[in-house]
Design a binder for this molecule. Structure first.
Ligand SMILES: [Zn+2]
Length: 252
């Protein structure tokens, strides 16, 4: 029962994530205004706005003007649904709720950086402040259960490392290889991961970055690897993998 609740909560959170992903880069309100059709701007009735179900029911086209609805909607919803289902299955209830909220912010960062190459400061600040405060007040809420010292030092090391890299690239090559958003993001993820896993996130995110570089068409003029997305995906993998593998082994 609790797993179904986590899955449904994930679908809803994914639906809200879509609202944020579409509206935040346009500087639009995310709470008050109603959902409008992306094409003809008509209000969408609630029964056409149910996560995943509506997309399938409408066969991927808008009801009002028969335009193709972006696959981003169901993908983000199902992704969040499965993500929360997993966290509900492998972590204690307080940990699962805490890390689900962190995953929500990280998912926003992944998708927005992927489409726009922007990481909003406010999301990085939320990660940094929440991670450090939880390590101080109630470290068991973080599945990594790291000390305050570990949390704050890892954040500072991440910030220092990426800031130096950014400055070096600028000095030697004259390019902005890393944005300030990436610098704050590694600090925000570091304060949740702790030092040990911080070393892993550097390698996993680089591998994802290289794969992206190899797969994606680089002909477009301002080709840029969405490194924030790579960091976010690596973070989710690192938080889940250890517990997940342990659970699979005990099942075998
Ligand atoms: Zn329409």
């Amino acid at each position: 029962m609790i797993l179904i609740t986590f899955f449904l909560a994930g679908l809803l959170l994914g639906s809200f994530a879509n609202v944020c992903i579409i509206r935040l880069p346009k500087d639009e309100d995310i709470f008050l205004s109603r959902s409008k059709c992306f094409s003809c701007r008509k209000n969408i009735p609630w029964f056409n706005n149910i996560p995943v179900f509506s997309y399938i029911h409408l066969k991927g086209r808008s009801d009002c003007c028969d335009k193709k609805i972006s696959l981003q909607y169901p993908i983000v919803e199902i992704f969040m649904g499965c993500l929360l289902l997993l966290t509900g299955a492998i972590f204690s209830l307080p940990q699962a709720i805490t890390i689900s909220l962190v995953f929500f912010v990280v998912t926003l960062i992944i998708v927005i950086d992927y489409y726009h190459r922007i990481i909003f400061d406010v999301m990085n600040y939320i990660l940094i402040i929440s991670g450090v405060s939880i390590s101080l007040i109630y470290p068991e809420l973080n599945p990594e259960n790291i000390s305050f010292k570990n949390s704050i030092l890892t954040g500072l090391i991440g910030f220092g490392l990426f800031f130096s890299l950014k400055t070096l690239f600028k000095k030697i090559k004259g390019i902005d290889a890393l944005g300030m958003g990436d610098v704050y993001l590694i600090a925000g993820l570091g304060v949740w991961l702790g030092f040990e896993k911080f070393l892993y996130i550097l390698s996993i995110s680089s591998i994802i970055g290289i794969f992206y570089y190899l797969i994606v068409d680089k002909k477009s003029e301002n080709f840029e690897i969405p490194y924030g997305s790579a960091l976010g995906i690596s973070f989710i993998i690192l938080i889940l993998s250890e517990k997940l593998i342990q659970q699979v082994i005990t099942l075998l």
